[in-house]
Design a protein around this ligand. Structure first.
Ligand SMILES: *Cc1c(COP(=O)(O)O)cnc(C)c1O
Length: 227
């Protein structure tokens, strides 16, 4: 089977899962956008996915992301990894959407980078649902949202989370949905909820996810990192 056929078959399965989940939740399937996470896979896979109609692609490391964004046009690039402040200028120069904004210094650095590149970058506030992995605590999210809205070069688009390993995804995503509603009450255009990966996209869609970030189920198991 060619790589193109393999990706097409995986995509058909993932799209079927999305449609079934939307139906189960009484939601229109067009409300959910598939973001394919191409990290560790070659730029040629990003091209194949684009040509198969997947125009939202994500990366989690600046160096790899900047190379693929330069090589592959015609897609929206999403950045889903932790951003060190000294990488913010670079990320703001190519990313269309940054899902992992979790602190005021990063909001300011991304805004400065976007202004410098004469771009507008959409930002999602990453919410920590266990107080441990990356993300802002729910209590800190409203002030971070206000700061993002006031920052030139950025557009606040919504919230993002990764389900904690120790929690039930359904319960964790329900808590994210509460935070999302608080943000939207203050900033009505911040409607995106980025949640759900290969293993838990059903639970995320049940809890209102608008964007699912899927790597393994589309591209296969990632090879171990080099070096
Ligand atoms: C790698 C990654 C994904 C995709 O995970 P899979 O389990 O391979 O679908 C989603 N979100 C983030 C933040 C990631 O780093």
């Amino acid at each position: 089977m060619s790589r193109r056929d393999e990706l097409a078959a995986n995509l058909a399965e993932v799209n079927a899962r999305i449609i079934r989940s939307c139906e189960a939740a009484g939601r229109d399937p067009s409300c959910v956008t598939l973001v394919a996470v191409t990290k560790t896979w070659p730029a040629s896979d990003a091209v194949l996915l684009r040509d198969l109609g997947v125009v939202d692609l994500a990366e989690n490391r600046d160096q790899e992301a900047s190379q693929k964004a330069a090589a592959v046009g015609g897609v929206r690039w999403h950045f889903v990894g932790q951003v060190q402040t000294n990488k913010a200028r670079s990320v703001a120069s190519y990313a269309d959407v940054v899902h992992s904004v979790d602190r005021p210094s990063l909001v300011e650095a991304l805004g400065a980078g976007a202004v410098r590149a004469r771009r507008t970058v959409e930002v999602l506030l990453q919410v920590s649902l266990d107080g441990e992995r990356g993300g802002a605590l729910p209590v800190d999210v409203p002030a971070l949202a206000d700061l993002a809205v006031e920052t030139e070069g950025l557009r606040l688009a919504g919230v993002m989370a990764v389900a904690p390993r120790a929690a039930e995804p359904a319960e964790a995503f329900a808590r994210l949905q509460v935070v999302a509603e608080q943000v939207r009450a203050r900033h009505p255009s911040a409607t995106l909820i980025s949640a759900g990966m290969s293993g838990d996209l059903e639970q995320a869609i049940a809890a209102g996810a608008t964007h699912v970030r899927v790597g393994t189920a589309v591209l296969g198991h990632r090879p171990p990192p080099l070096g």
